[in-house]
Design a protein around this ligand. Sequence first.
Ligand code: PHE
Length: 339
Amino acid sequence: MLQNIEKILEEARQFNAETREEIEQFRIRYLGKKGVLADLFKNFKQVPAEQKKEVGQKINQLKQFISSRIEELILAASVEVTGKESTDLTLPGPPLQLGARHPISIVRNQIIDIFGRLGFTISEGPEIEDDWHVFSALNFPPEHPARDMQDTFFIEKDPDILLRTHTSSVQVRVMEKEKPPIRTISPGRVFRNEAISARAHCIFHQVEGLYIDENVSFADLKQILLYFTHEMFGKDVDIRLRPSYFPFTEPSAEMDINCQICGGKGCNVCKYSGWLEILGCGMVDPNVLEFTGIDSKKYTGYAFGMGIERVAMLKYQVRDLRLYFENDIRFLEQFQAAH
Ligand code: PHE
């Protein structure tokens, strides 16, 4: 009898089932009214008195084993022996993969937020532009190298149609349409025919700003850029303005901030200078005002433009620009939007 019980236990151990029918058959075979266990209990009467204790314990163990094995199988198959599909409503749902905002969107929103607090509106314009809005109205001489095929994506059939290389084109559209005072920023995607590397991409994002009113001065520009830098990078970050050249601003400057990668000590990103360029700016050239129908004797204005990738790179210490475009979830999920 004991040997028989061991054999049954071994059989039950080996048993596996996936469908509810199989499990039900297993249950009937062992625990049913005419099942294996019922037989054992029947035969129990004939067991000699001195063995009854041991055999009784073994049969009970076997019964327990089979009951818990059935429960296990049911759980695994997630079905009820009664035949109905079961859903355990107390189980937590399968985890959802939550998306995160792209770092470029986070930084763009922060820039919009900072300038929004200073009264700047948002302007948008087309990505496919014409020569007038991207170059001519911005005082680019006809032979200016920036119009060169190497920088600009032209449409083969018509050299007048091109992909905008900066969002200054949006500012031209605003100046043509609106009367001063004008205070607006233009975030958007821009295109340049450049080889893709850690530092350059043929598609990137800019935010350009424009303020036109009576008596706007370079000091106003400097103040607003300092405010922006402190809001974006923190109060302890300094700015430095270097004279530069843009056809549409006079005077023109480029702005550097303390290198956020090395903290100003010098590294290969800032070429050991401790400073990194983040934007171009200047006073709107009177020619541009006149081209767009604004009286340059009455009004002055400033403009600035920055690359969002660059700002994000410094803020998050990303050394390779290509990461922004590869859409690798392991990269993207590291950024948290503050709002
Ligand atoms: N449009 C310039 C660029 O794309 C940036 C800029 C904007 C410079 C406004 C001066 C003033 O590089």
